[in-house]
Design a protein around this ligand. Sequence first.
Ligand code: ZN
Ligand code: ZN
Length: 169
Amino acid sequence: MLVNFTDSIHQGKPLVLTERLEAPLVFPDLVLRAVAVVARAQKAGSDLWLELNAQAVAELQCDRCLQALALPLAASSRERLRYVSGHSGLDLIDEAGADLYVFGDAPVDLLPLVRQALYLALPDQALCQSDCQGLCPTCGADRNRQGCPHQWPGGPVDPRLAALAELNL
Ligand SMILES: [Zn+2]
Ligand SMILES: [Zn+2]
């Protein structure tokens, strides 16, 4: 997702980029499909403001029953970019406690910013349904589909925590 900001920074031309990714973005713990991005850059003083709006469908697992689920995500972010002659790429620096990205005349890839915005939009907990009964920590049965003889106080548990409990820490 390459974009060239030189006309925006040198001539003050506003920039709008609309892009839809054909291929999914694959990460070790997450797959994002149907990624669509609208990026707008506008000069403000000697810097650029970059506004990103991104949408995607995240392929996740339910935290309780591990069933696959597709979750629509919407994210937006606003970043300040500063032109530095001779710089290549897009790099984050800290300026008096505020985030600032620096760029040069070469095209920059917006994908890392899109990825970060979508990651931040992920929910703390992914559930197939709000009252998902989860897996039985004793026999592993999917309590949404079948009963099992086991009871546990406190309701459904995160199977990852159940695995920890079995270690008798
Ligand atoms: Zn579930
Ligand atoms: Zn059970």
